[in-house]
Ligand binder design. Sequence first.
Ligand code: NAP
Length: 253
Amino acid sequence: MPNLTDKTALVTGASRGIGRAIAERLAREGALVAVHYGTGGEAAGQVVDGIRAAGGRAFAVQAELGPADGVDTLFESLEAQLEEHTGSTRLDILVNNAGLMGTALPGEITGEWFDRMMAVNAKAPLFVVQRALSLIPDHGRIINISSGLTRFAAPEQVTYAMTKGALEQITLHLARHLGERRITVNTVAPGSTDNGSALFQIPAARAAMSQLSAFGEVAEPAAIADVVAFLASADARWITGSFVDTSGGTLLG
Ligand code: NAP
């Protein structure tokens, strides 16, 4: 039985990869899903079409996160379309998934790149949460997609890991702040997950990423989406402020 019937959800960065799988999974559970994208309008349209073809409900929302007006653009479109589909702007589930990945050794990091990574991966989610708070009802859900990289050393990932460490602070502090309203806030931390990018087609790169996991494989996005769907469900009502390791045992070392 679908367990998110009559719920509404926003998944940022849902035009591809993990976000796409989360959007599809939440829609399968009955939620009306806002499929957010930055530049991939065509891809987001395909996600929405696929959800609808499978009997689900979804619409696309465009906004570039990072620039100062990005969050306003996102919510203007989101609120208008929620109103159109449901007659209200209620948002039950927020998944902060959109993120930039990238590597630079400590000696190669530029201030400009650091600022952009922080703006997209940490600052934007905080202000998305801030803006969403008036739309999220009691018993709502906020799920932040971090990375296992906040728990093990990889020098070329220091900037990315810093942005995700900052994102995880939203979980910690907002979980306390919103506990009274029974809104749960949790972090989901994947390891290497095949997001469809060219990197995962390179045998040597795929093998290197696979051996990090206790299972000897990279994850499929659906494996992460299943955990997010659980955290979004009523069954997860007593989990808040958690770091949920979805790295397939990568953190075992
Ligand atoms: P992905 O395939 O690169 O997709 C990223 C998504 O985020 C796209 O939908 C993209 O939208 C959106 N996005 C990125 N920057 C944006 C911006 N400035 N404004 C608006 N939208 C933006 O990513 P993924 O691999 O699925 O990863 C999803 C999340 O999981 C990320 O937060 C990532 O850090 C985290 N993660 C991934 C892995 C992994 O191995 N894949 C591991 C651990 C954690 P457009 O393409 O439409 O612009």
